[in-house]
Write a protein that binds this ligand. Structure first.
Ligand code: SF4
Length: 273
């Protein structure tokens, strides 16, 4: 079985992260048939039907910030709930900027239960600085995190391992997670193609993590990484999120804004139909 269907919501982004992979990709996908909703729905339905028997979960993502286009998310979720009601594990990946009560309620009503919040550091002021979040957005990551929990979502922190992590040891990082952030799950993601801002401390932190005897291995995930239990938080060290080895099954199916399914992010040559 393929890990997940990634649905790419057409949207811009208000942030300017120095490690943004979407801005590095030359491949652009035009949003088609926006003006013809009936045709758009039929085409998307066909792709979701195809994916339904092949994937275990759905991830709503974007080349920008998906929650800017909440109407697209609602429409897609209606189609999923109609043609593939068995696919109930639906997760959204967001920078959190601009996500307020109303948007959280819309996501919950649409059927999304897991929010994967991307952060490049674990101190609020450094998150805003590194992501270059516009000050008028008044983004408060820790406040958002408590709202996400209160509303009953599962909170996953998707931590981009920037050079912020050069200055801290594992004990400090884990204490911040346990005491301040309190996510259900956290994944430490190695950065690729952004050497000047990637931490040089990733391997040391991972090594130290593996030495903590009270942390338990839970299961091997479809993406090839182990999930651990660390003081009640599900932790994944994800050091290979973009690359698929030759001959492997595709890790994802990707529904791009052009309404077509692909197996790779970086090339239109991977189109299925
Ligand atoms: S929030 Fe995401 S899409 Fe926006 S600039 Fe940062 S990495 Fe790129």
């Amino acid at each position: 079985m393929i890990g997940s269907l990634q649905i790419t919501v057409p949207a811009g982004c208000m942030n300017d992260c120095p490690f943004c992979v979407y801005r590095q990709h030359a491949t652009r996908f035009r949003t088609t048939w926006q003006s013809n909703h009936a045709r758009w729905s039929r085409e998307i339905e066909r792709r979701i039907r195809y994916a339904a028997s092949r994937v275990a979960a759905i991830m709503i993502t974007s080349h920008g910030e998906p929650t800017i286009n909440i109407n697209y998310i609602r429409d897609i979720m209606k189609i999923i709930n109609r043609v593939a009601p068995e696919l109930t594990h639906v997760e959204i990946q967001t920078s959190g900027v601009g996500v307020d009560d109303e948007k959280l309620d819309s996501l919950y009503e649409a059927g999304i239960r897991v929010i994967s919040l991307s952060v490049p550091a674990l101190h609020e002021e450094d998150i805003l600085r590194i992501m270059k979040v516009p000050s008028k957005k008044n983004y408060r990551p820790l406040e958002l995190v408590s709202k996400i929990r209160e509303k009953g979502f599962v909170l996953r922190l998707s931590i981009a391992m920037t050079d912020w992590f050069d200055d801290y040891d594992l004990e400090y990082v884990m204490a911040l997670l346990v005491k301040d952030w309190k996510p259900d799950q956290a994944s430490f993601k190695k950065l690729y193609g952004a050497d000047e801002i990637a931490t040089k401390n990733y391997d040391n932190l991972l090594e130290d993590f593996k030495k903590v005897t009270r942390y338990r291995k839970l299961e091997l995930l479809a993406l090839g990484a182990w999930k651990y239990d660390a003081d009640g938080i599900g932790i994944v060290w994800n050091d290979d999120c973009m690359v698929a080895d030759e001959g492997e099954e595709p890790r994802y199916l990707i529904l791009q804004p052009d309404g077509r399914l692909y197996t790779r992010w970086d090339t239109k040559g991977s189109v299925i139909f």
